[in-house]
Design a protein around this ligand. Structure first.
Ligand code: FAD
Length: 380
């Protein structure tokens, strides 16, 4: 490890000034525990600014605020991308967290019982290291046979802003997560002829049921044993989304609550995708088998031309890249073995890597309190 540049010493180094890093920092600050917070970009909450234009929270304002300073009351039930980003910046200012910007963690290792972190802004030495670098740090780009010969444009949802550049084109969205479902709606509204490739079984739920956010229902129903919560919710979900599964989607054999718990995958919270599918304005395809020069062949043998393919195929946190010594405590998909506490090595903490039934932002608040409490308890 190089040790060029200045060296700073602190009790706790927090990496990432997104929701998770800010929440941990605010908790430490209120406990009087010294820390430094580094951020690779020049803004707190910057990941939200990078998301697509039409994005609003899928979780309600009341369930998405960070600890001890909720989102403003005059925000709508589902705040916009820009409102979330503004809230993050205001949160950092409110708690005077002073992130050190333009400072990227390259690699951290444990030497003589302390953490030595090499960054683009010099070396930081600390007793504790909190990774809050985000579940969505690295866009996941699967590849298929023949892709190199495809003459259309392949991009990732991470760089999608809006459907304007795709007006009048045939576009395939790959992936039926919340980003894929919403980007398909956006493309349609911008005049693209849109298809969506859905590889496996899914669940679709309305964003609200009887005026109550679905994730709030989850909070209530997920306390029930086994699949009981899903059984109770099923008629309400059906009343809202109907039999969307006869349009090419396969129903997940687990209900939405068990899907999140057991498969660590969110159901689609519908913001208009179902209506488009049912009206035939959004075509559902199965998974891709291979690319051709001007489109794709699906696993059912159908071949279709597309001008562009947008991969809404998710992300990998890849924390093992940043802390190679903790690699054995990181799953193959890059997720630390524990989020919201110490993992892998002494003094190494993770926050923001657990896909919760009730929304990640809410979970981040819970995890941040736990991480701060553990750091407070840990003797030097
Ligand atoms: C499109 C989309 C919509 C979402 N909608 C919701 C929702 O409605 N409700 C909900 O609860 N959750 C939602 N989430 C999930 C999650 O709650 C948010 O993404 C949340 O902002 C995650 O916060 P975070 O701090 O963990 O990660 P991020 O916001 O990604 O913050 C991580 C920070 O770490 C920085 N960083 C990364 N690597 C380094 C490094 N090596 N050195 C220094 N800094 C680094 C990044 O620049 C970034 O600022 C959504 C996610 C996505 C992608």
């Amino acid at each position: 490890m190089t040790t060029a540049g200045k060296t700073q010493d602190t009790q706790t180094l927090i990496v990432g000034a997104g929701a998770a890093g800010l929440a941990v920092a605010a908790q430490l600050k209120q406990r009087g525990i010294p820390f430094l917070l580094i951020e690779q970009s020049d803004k707190a909450g910057v990941s939200w600014l990078g998301h697509y234009d039409r994005l609003h929270l899928h979780t309600s304002r009341g369930m998405s605020g960070l600890p001890d300073w909720p989102m403003p009351r005059d925000y709508p039930k589902y705040p916009s991308r820009d409102q979330v980003a503004a809230y993050m910046e205001a949160y950092a200012a409110h708690f005077d967290l002073r992130p050190i910007f333009n400072t990227r963690l390259l690699r951290a290792e444990r030497l003589d019982g302390r953490w030595v972190s090499e960054t683009t802004g010099g070396v930081f030495v600390s007793d504790n290291l909190v990774l809050a670098t985000g579940y969505t740090r690295v866009p996941h780009w699967p590849s298929w046979p023949g892709q190199e010969a495809y003459t259309g444009r392949v991009s990732h949802s991470a760089t999608y802003k809006n459907g304007a550049p795709y007006a009048g084109q045939d576009v395939l969205v790959v992936g039926f997560g919340n980003s894929g479902g919403e980007i398909a709606v956006d493309l349609h509204e911008h005049g693209a002829r849109t298809g969506i490739a859905v590889r496996g079984p899914v669940n679709v739920v309305p964003r609200d049921t009887l005026g109550i956010p679905s994730l709030q229902w989850n909070l209530l129903l997920s306390r029930l044993p086994g699949g009981l919560g899903d059984m109770i919710a099923a008629p309400l979900v059906y009343a809202s989304v109907g039999d969307v599964y006869k349009y090419g989607l396969q129903k997940n054999k687990l209900g939405p609550i068990r899907q999140i718990k057991e498969q660590e995958q969110d159901p689609l919270l519908d913001v208009g995708t179902v209506k488009l599918i049912k009206s035939g304005r959004l075509t559902v395809y199965p998974g891709i088998e291979r690319f051709t020069s001007n489109g794709v062949v699906f696993v059912d043998g159908r071949e279709q031309a597309f001008d562009a393919v947008i991969l809404a195929t998710g992300y990998r946190p890849d924390v093992g890249e940043l802390v190679p010594a903790a690699d054995t405590s990181v799953a193959p998909n890059g997720v630390p073995s524990r989020s919201g506490g110490e993992f892998g090595l002494p003094g190494l903490y993770a926050c923001g890597f657990y896909i919760s039934r009730t929304g990640m932002l809410r979970e981040i608040g819970i995890e941040a309190r736990r991480v701060a409490a553990q750091i407070a308890d840990r003797k030097r």
